[in-house]
Design a protein around this ligand. Structure first.
Ligand code: NAD
Length: 354
């Protein structure tokens, strides 16, 4: 297996280094994984004047999977839009056709106190959000800012084709089949035609999965229900922008954004794996970041791209163990637990793995 490792910016290199420790530990046991690093985001701009350098894209195309840290930083915010780090990220997702973004929100019982919601609301939480990743208003044309009738207007286009909805629907139903067989499709069909089509296609695809109970919810209600009683959900499927917002809200249920991994898959289960958080410039370079989301992203890589659920379970169990042992980075620290740095957390996971 060839793995493209793209640390990116801010805390990216620190957290990816911990995930690499885990991969090195597996390699030392004989796992055949070849790792190759390349710059992306601001680091790509610094190295090659492009947030997605040609060589990085080539490496990512040739690899079986991609492990990404995070991109972005205030020093890049004034660059022309196409040169900004986030554009590199959007482009690599699009170029690799990674249309299905899987974002689990899971609460380890020991972290119930770190969540901003009451323990009884979140303990035992285990939901999976499937977000469409290569369509919607983020990519729709036309888009821009122009002068109309003497004033500037900004505009974007929310657009989905049937085939785009259908393929992500199949991924979501497939995942729901392996989980609790309940799928909630989230849209805004009461006001948006784009959502009306989304809902119709979901119902049509659902006929092929009679065992899965399909329900529908408007996104505003879904935002409320995720905070009110998140355990009512098993698997959710939604478009790009709604999924972006809902999955960040769901991340808070689990105590910290630093705990949540993600997978972005193409039609053949080739994937890019990354924590859902950003580059956290406020704590970058201080060895304070929580590397668990990145390490759990490696577990997802074993589950979905390498089709090796045993190793995925092993990594996830190692993370469970360090949490149970009381190790906490600053973002999940509560009194009575042991505060550790980013690198110490990585070492603890490697120890638990062994
Ligand atoms: P962020 O996720 O980087 O940070 C939000 C807050 O969460 C910060 O207080 C940060 O310290 C904290 N945090 C994030 N990850 C953490 C971790 N692993 N451990 C401990 N604390 C953590 O979001 P932001 O501040 O809105 O954005 C910062 C930069 O990241 C921006 O340039 C943004 O464009 C970029 N960004 C990148 C991605 C990505 O690469 N996928 C996603 C979101 C934002």
């Amino acid at each position: 297996m060839k793995l493209a490792v793209l640390p990116g910016d801010g805390i990216g290199p620190e957290i990816v280094a911990q995930a690499v420790k885990v991969l090195d530990a597996l390699k030392s046991e004989g796992a055949k994984i070849e790792l190759e690093q390349a710059p992306i985001g601001g680091a790509g701009y610094d190295a090659a004047g492009d947030p997605l350098p040609e060589a990085t894209l080539k490496l990512a195309r040739e690899a079986d999977a991609v492990l990404l840290g995070a991109v972005g930083g205030p020093q890049y915010d004034t660059l022309d839009r196409p040169l900004r780090p986030e554009r590199g990220l959007l482009r690599i997702r699009k170029e690799l056709n990674l249309f299905a973004n899987l974002r689990p929100a899971l609460l380890y019982p020991e972290l119930a106190g770190a969540s901003s919601l009451k323990p009884e609301v979140v303990s035992g939480l285990d939901i999976m959000i499937v977000r469409e990743l290569t369509g919607d208003v983020y990519f729709g044309q036309p888009r821009g800012i122009e002068v109309r009738n003497g004033e500037r207007v900004g505009f974007n286009t929310m657009i989905y084709s049937e085939s785009e909805v259908r393929r992500v629907a199949h991924v979501a139903f497939g995942i729901a089949m392996k989980r609790g067989k309940k799928l909630c499709s989230v849209e805004k069909a009461n006001v948006l035609e784009c959502s009306e089509l989304w809902k119709e296609v979901m119902i049509e695809v659902g006929k092929q999965y009679p065992e899965v109970e399909l329900s529908h919810m408007y996104v505003d209600n879904a935002a409320m229900q995720i905070i009110k009683w998140p355990k009512q959900f098993d698997t959710l499927v939604t478009g790009n922008i709604f999924g972006d917002i809902l999955s960040d809200a769901a991340s808070m249920l689990s105590g910290s954004i630093g705990m949540l991994p993600s997978a972005s898959l193409d039609e053949n289960n080739k994937g890019m794996y990354e924590p859902i958080h950003g580059s956290a410039p406020d704590i970058a370079g201080k060895n304070l970041a929580n590397p668990l989301a990145t390490i759990l992203s490696v577990a997802m890589m074993y589950r979905y791209t390498f089709a090796d659920p045993a190793t995925a379970d092993r990594i996830e169990n190692a993370v469970k163990q360090v949490i149970a042992q009381g190790y906490r980075t600053a973002d999940i620290y509560t009194e009575g637990t042991q505060k550790v740095s980013c690198s110490e957390m990585g070492d603890a996971v490697v120890k638990a793995l062994n």
